[in-house]
Design a protein around this ligand. Structure first.
Ligand SMILES: Nc1ncnc2c1ncn2[C@@H]1O[C@H](COP(=O)(O)OP(=O)(O)OP(=O)(O)O)[C@@H](O)[C@H]1O
Length: 229
């Protein structure tokens, strides 16, 4: 099995592309969904957040008020760091669990849908392949304005706060150009999926896993024979 990182820009079409990969039966780990899960009550990160940020960041339901927390970390970088140090290890653990599950189920590759994938080489170095869901600036702007009901200047500010898609293009192994219609995007996803399925990259991890399991099995047999003979 191998890991495929997928990212894009705001409203470039990541969710739309991922939905097609899912339809094709692919394994997808969604970092955004996991980030929301780990701050739910009963998770370790939730308890730590309440401990450090106080009850005032809770809604009446007991859930964390993400907007209130967002406002706090927006104006206090040190608090953002604290929040990241609480949530990131929990997110990574949950992602690893899901990746392991897909490995056991025999998937050839797992897509990791990670919003800030290309902003950090720490993440990309774990990926065998990276995919950028791209759309040209005008299309991205008009889809964002339409989807979120934003004025041109508001949409512009949101796009400008991210690493430009043209920069991310240089870092990606594969580009899905979502500037056109859905059918054209779908065709690109199908092509890429067949390429990834046909790739033999998955064999390496399987080979390592089989070798490790065989090694441990051999050692156990040897020890059992040694102690019971
Ligand atoms: N090829 C396409 N043709 C027309 N509309 C599209 C196409 N692809 C995506 N859209 C629409 O554009 C909007 C943005 O797409 P989507 O939500 O998939 O982007 P995203 O990258 O996941 O966004 P974000 O990260 O901001 O949540 C949606 O309203 C979606 O329905």
């Amino acid at each position: 099995m191998f890991l495929v990182g997928l990212s894009g820009g705001i409203a470039s079409g990541k969710s739309t592309v991922v939905a097609i990969f899912r339809e094709l039966g692919c394994a997808v780990v969604d970092a955004d969904v996991i980030a929301r899960q780990v701050v739910q009550p009963h998770f370790l990160a939730y308890q730590q957040i309440v401990h450090y940020f106080g009850n005032e960041i809770l809604l009446e339901s007991g859930e964390i008020n993400r907007e209130a927390l967002g406002n706090i970390i927006f104006s206090h970088p040190e608090k953002r760091q604290l929040l990241n140090s609480i949530t990131h290890p929990e997110i990574q653990k949950m992602m690893l669990k899901q990746i392991f599950k897909y490995f056991v189920l025999g998937y050839r590759y797992v897509i990791l849908d990670i919003p800030l994938l290309f902003e950090s080489t720490r993440l990309t170095k774990f990926m065998k392949h990276t995919i950028l869901v791209y759309s040209d600036p005008q299309t991205q702007m008009s889809r964002l304005m339409k989807r979120n009901g934003l004025a041109h200047s508001e949409a512009e500010a949101r796009i400008a706060s991210q690493l430009p898609l043209d920069e991310k293009r240089k870092l990606a192994d594969h580009i899905i150009d979502n500037s056109g219609d859905r059918e054209s995007m779908r065709r690109q996803v199908l092509r890429l999926h067949s390429r990834l399925e046909d790739s033999l990259d998955f064999l390496l991890v399987r080979l390592v896993a089989v070798t490790v399991v065989a090694g441990i099995g051999g050692l156990v047999c040897f020890l059992l024979r040694h102690f019971f003979s």
